[in-house]
Design a protein around this ligand. Structure first.
Ligand SMILES: *Cc1c(COP(=O)(O)O)cnc(C)c1O
Length: 723
């Protein structure tokens, strides 16, 4: 029944909002030139009552483009009668068709076009008009619409007669808007049209203007007009720097964030990621499909995906380990491979890809799961090679990765190496021009990265930081706008950098706290402004995923904080390579200290926190989370503190059993995980982890020597065999 109902404003409301043009013009900081220059139409779409007409008029004045209202300027003249007469003539069932046919006869360019609320329900008509420009969806809160309609005493609602409520019809309509939009403008509650128009312009100018688009290397190399897809495929910039967006980090106002409080993880993810990805490269509708594939009951064992709960008073845990391989890396790596595949497919001259990854334990499994899950469904040949320090990761992590070995995936232990060796050599391979040319010539193959140095890994992580804040608002722990602290066990600086991006987007963090283990280079740096690894040696800890001395993503943060000072970054990281150290300027150091704080945790403290937390709260943490909690405990204020729980304890069962004095001698990895479960019921067992461990085949284990040439010949032997 509902399928055929719709409503149309025959007596369409014309809101007479008082427009404060003076404020509008003086308050506008947008470069309109690029928006104006475009020949394309700006097509405003949304529910009846969302303000399309009024916003259209404001845009028209601002941009000097004519405004065309489909109702008044097209339908009425086309039909030769008022819309309401047509409605009585064809009835509510025939109206969408009549309207759609009329739309097919509509032609305009370089205009601002206000659609009717029901235009998007006619596919052909809508496809016709969507081709002529950018469809902007004014996404307004349903309560606002209902209030406006009531205020205007609108009672002419077609199709509402059979007991369907206004909100049911509005909800039904939503799917059509979702299907057609290029750019969504999230409207705040009760936002006036002037301000909505400004958001529209902001959105358009951020995506049209050539100097606000594109990417650069932190070390200065301009990537030209390289876009998101290129960046995904490329991984690392040719000058050895990391790729960062040239434009400003997108923003969400508190009012826009408020709109997302009662949404699901995937709904929030779509709204956050839309801000980062140009719809010309990936349509929001395709992005939504990728998001829905990535985060669902098949891939994540918790319906909230990244649930937040109170551990102890004002201390909250966000569990980031419900994905297939039980660490937070899954959150990025269930999404990123899908984006990668789409990007690879859209290339003019398709090539094969070799994703080369150095892992300190958790990235490897997550990359393998993500890429094997999605690589089969594409004709693009994507290979994965994982390098891990053969004695630097837990036996469970190792077995988990080896379970994926086969097909286009190879898992190789580098003997006698630590993670830094693996990562440094992966970077070296990426910048080895001769090797790249050879593989391209012989195998039509290019390298790419899936480490957290890959930009495509970073932005999916921004989402869960946004959602943990929204969860606290939803659960009434805080009010929108209240400040909170976040503490993250930090290694390669990807997770906490994503939190910095979330902060720049608008999440009001007071402190972003990096927690290190005894490899405390980051906390030393954040306390002194001097990064010095010259006399350091990596020590092995029970939190191996943060056993890192060269923390790659720090380079991105310093780039942003230095005001995009390429030469400073180039000098600093070249100096790090040669002398093993660099200093940041007092100005950058001050900026760093404004947001970032750090401390570290000894092995003994890490053990003790695991034990104490289990006995005080019944919750068993993995060692990385324990590093986070230990540091968080020292830094508590009266603000809520979120601790990122980055792995399920089952992944580190052997060490945790040891900490509790239980021997794991002779146990298989699945037995260890089972034994761990006896210590405490929370968190519950990770089923996907168990499934992977049970299918492990040790026969796949493969090692190589720790020197550059051995790595290169491993790579060549893999590519020779699989391509
Ligand atoms: C990778 C990892 C970390 C470190 O994350 P970064 O983004 O590199 O700082 C922390 N904990 C676990 C369990 C990890 O797998």
């Amino acid at each position: 029944m509902l399928k055929r109902t719709y409503f149309h404003f025959g007596l369409r409301a014309r809101y007479c909002f008082k427009l404060n043009y003076k404020r509008w013009i003086s308050g506008s900081k947008i470069n309109l030139q690029n928006v104006t220059r475009s020949k394309e139409n700006i097509i405003l779409m949304g529910s009846p009552g969302c303000g399309k007409t009024t916003v259209g008029r404001i845009l028209s004045t601002k941009l000097g483009k004519p405004v065309l209202d489909i109702d008044d300027d097209h339908l009425e003249p086309y039909w030769g009668m008022p819309v309401s007469d047509k409605l009585s003539e064809v009835g509510s069932d025939g109206f969408v068709n009549a309207e759609g046919e009329a739309l097919l006869a509509f032609n305009a360019e370089n205009s601002v076009i206000s659609l009717t609320g029901s235009n998007p329900m006619h596919s052909d008509g809508m496809a016709h008009i969507a081709k002529t420009g950018t469809v902007v969806f004014l996404d307004i809160h349903m309560e606002d619409i209902i209030e406006r309609l009531e205020r205007m005493k609108v009672n002419r609602i077609v199709g509402q007669n059979d007991g369907t409520s206004m909100s049911e019809i509005l909800k039904y309509r939503q799917q059509f808007y979702e299907r057609w939009y290029d750019a969504r403008v999230i409207c705040e509650r009760n936002e006036d049209p002037t301000s909505v128009a400004e958001k529209v312009l902001n959105k358009l100018s951020s995506l049209e203007s050539s100097d606000s688009q594109g990417y650069v290397s932190t070390r200065g190399l301009d990537l030209g007009d390289k876009q998101f897809n290129d960046v995904l495929l490329k991984g690392l910039a040719d000058d050895g720097g990391l790729i960062v967006p040239r434009r400003n980090i997108p923003k969400l106002s508190l009012g826009q964030l408020s709109r997302m409080v009662n949404m699901s993880y995937t709904e929030r993810a779509l709204r956050v990621l839309e801000q980062w990805i140009n719809w010309r490269e990936l349509r929001p509708q395709d992005l939504k499909k990728c998001i829905d594939n990535a985060y669902n009951s098949k891939t994540f064992s918790n319906p909230d995906i990244c649930p937040v709960f109170s551990l102890d008073g004002n201390q909250f845990i966000q569990e980031l380990f419900h994905g297939p391989t039980a660490s937070f890396k899954d959150i990025a790596l269930q999404l990123m491979p899908q984006l990668f595949v789409k990007a690879a497919e859209s290339e003019l001259h398709p090539t094969n890809y070799l994703i080369l990854v150095a892992t300190s334990g958790d990235t490897g499994g997550a990359v393998l799961d993500g890429f094997t899950r999605y690589a089969d469904s594409t004709k693009v040949n994507i290979n994965v090679i994982i390098l891990y320090p053969s004695d630097g990761i837990s036996s469970i992590q190792r077995d988990q990765m080896i379970a994926y070995h086969g097909g286009n995936a190879r898992v190789i232990g580098v003997q006698g190496a630590d993670f830094d060796f693996c990562q440094t050599n992966v970077k070296k391979i990426f910048s080895d021009k001769n090797l790249a040319e050879e593989l391209l010539r012989t195998h039509n193959l290019k390298f790419s990265a899936a480490n957290s140095i890959s930009f495509g890994r970073l932005i999916p992580q921004v989402v869960y930081h946004v959602t943990s804040y929204l969860d606290l608002v939803r659960d009434k722990v805080i009010s929108m706008g209240d400040e909170i602290d976040l503490c993250v066990p930090t290694g390669n600086f990807g997770n906490i950098l994503a939190a910095y991006y979330a902060k720049e987007m608008g999440i009001p963090y007071k402190r972003l706290i990096c927690a290190s283990n005894s490899n405390n280079i980051l906390s030393e740096f954040l306390q002194t402004g001097c990064y010095d690894i010259s006399s350091r040696r990596l020590s092995k800890t029970v939190s191996p995923a943060i056993d890192i001395l060269v923390s790659s993503n720090l380079e991105r943060l310093l780039y942003h904080l230095s005001g995009e000072d390429h030469s400073m970054i180039r000098d600093a990281f070249t100096k790090l390579q040669h002398d093993g150290n660099f200093d940041v300027s007092p100005v950058v150091f001050e900026r760093l200290k404004e947001s970032f704080h750090a401390d570290w945790c000894s092995e003994e403290d890490c053990y003790r926190t695991i034990k104490e937390t289990l006995s005080n709260t019944g919750y068993l943490m993995d060692p990385h989370t324990s590093v986070g909690k230990t540091v968080a405990d020292r830094m508590m204020s009266d603000r809520p503190m979120i601790i990122a729980s980055t792995a399920h304890p089952g992944k580190f069962a052997e060490d945790i059993l040891n900490i509790f004095g239980r021997s794991s001698n002779g146990m298989t990895p699945p037995e260890m995980v089972m034994a761990l479960q006896e210590l405490g019921p929370r968190p519950s067992e990770q089923e996907s982890l168990m499934n992977t461990l049970e299918k492990n085949t040790m026969g796949n284990r493969r090692v190589c020597d720790s020197n550059y040439d051995s790595l290169v010949s491993e790579i060549k032997s893999v590519t020779d065999r699989t391509l």
